[in-house]
Design a protein around this ligand. Structure first.
Ligand code: KG4
Ligand code: ZN
Length: 338
């Protein structure tokens, strides 16, 4: 039922989740259907782009019907269509963008293309109805690690980012060499709870003084070297200790830089976003660091941390209010800047 609410359909296909959601008035989730390809990519140890696009194509109509029916609305009642236009895997993005354009054209609805990272940040508007910009955002996902100043719904400035691997990518690679499977983030999170974070000292890379950039590729190599060295010496490796020590090395750097960013811009609100925002150690450490500095910390429920259509619908709703609709010439942009 519509009840005079403004309904946005949000479509997300930038990686390996085909996700469509209906959101009322920007923040109320009426449906959030996610068809994940994780089971398929477990066998490959990571996402294979061509296979991901094929599965989006097979799944997208079913996910759309399920999402509309779960929300109890028809396509006619939708007021706006929002879709992830980038960044992401180009073939995967195109599945969402083409579907969104076809629906917008056939049903005569306005269309808005959304930046995937603005979508991740927007998951927090859904989770915390009182949250409004300005605030500092820390985005940690499979493809991105960025610190972003959010001055308004559509005014975002990147203050720092990774110069090589993203945090989630690093978690997935380390999990693979530890034989924990894909996706590695949740597995390392779990096993690290049984390990000692001080068992092995991996170097923390802070880069230049005052830099808000990150570099994680050296840490990934350090874990690999440690495992090889132990193997050659014939010593058995304690995987929980390696996971806990690796995780601590990552989180020490991330937490320090997030706090530095808040200090630098005198920000009293910090928002977490992206798949790695589901990490329990990150939440624990930031909870404690923020409460010492009287900074309010916001993060979404785990289901809204990883890719979903609701965050895209929310970001589309605010972009539409501020900037109006995009044309049907809107495209998929694999390397879109914020
Ligand atoms: O945001 P997301 O769904 O996709 C991208 O936009 O990249 O993030 C997926 C990433 C994966 O690398 C996954 O391993 C990581 O988020 N992840 C986690 C946790 N849950 C998911 N990393 C650490 N701890 C977790 N609990
Ligand atoms: Zn994502």
């Amino acid at each position: 039922m519509k009840d005079n609410k403004f309904l946005t359909l949000g479509i997300e296909t930038s990686c390996d989740e085909t996700a469509i959601s209906v959101v009322a008035d920007g923040r109320e989730v009426l449906s959030n259907v996610i068809s994940s390809q994780i089971d398929i990519f477990k066998n490959y140890g990571g996402v294979v782009p061509e296979i991901a696009s094929r599965h989006h194509l097979e799944n997208i109509n079913g996910v759309l019907s399920a999402s509309l029916s779960e929300a109890g609305v028809t396509m006619d009642e939708i007021d706006l269509i929002g879709v992830t236009m980038g960044p992401g895997l180009v073939g995967a993005l195109l599945m969402g963008v083409s579907t969104a354009k076809a629906l917008a054209y056939a049903a005569g609805k306005p269309l808005v293309g959304v930046h995937h990272l603005n979508g991740h940040i927007s998951a927090n508007y859904i989770q915390h109805p009182e949250l409004e910009p300005p605030f500092m955002a820390l985005i940690t996902s499979g493809g991105h690690t960025e610190i972003v100043q959010v001055d308004d719904y559509d005014k975002l400035t990147v203050l720092g980012g990774t110069r090589d691997d993203a945090v989630g990518e690093c978690y997935d690679k380390v999990a693979r060499v530890l034989g924990l499977g894909y996706p590695g983030g949740p597995k390392i999170d779990r096993i690290a709870k049984e390990g000692n974070p001080e068992a092995i000292h991996f170097k923390r890379v802070y880069l230049e003084k005052d830099s808000l950039d990150f570099s994680f590729s050296g840490l990934k190599t350090a874990v690999l070297n440690y495992l090889n060295q132990e193997k050659q010496a014939g010593r058995e490796v304690n995987r929980a200790d390696v996971a806990a020590s690796f995780q601590q090395a990552v989180m020490d750097v991330i937490v320090k830089k997030a706090m530095d960013a808040c200090d630098l811009r005198h920000e009293s609100k910090l928002v977490l976003a992206g798949g790695v925002a589901a990490n329990s150690r990150l939440r624990e450490m930031l909870d404690s660091a923020c409460s010492k500095k009287h900074i309010s910390l916001y993060y979404p429920a785990p289901i809204l941390c990883t890719d979903n259509g609701a965050m895209i619908a929310c970001a589309a709703y605010y972009k539409y209010q501020k900037q109006g609709a995009d044309g049907l010439d809107m495209d998929a942009y694999p390397f879109l800047e914020l």
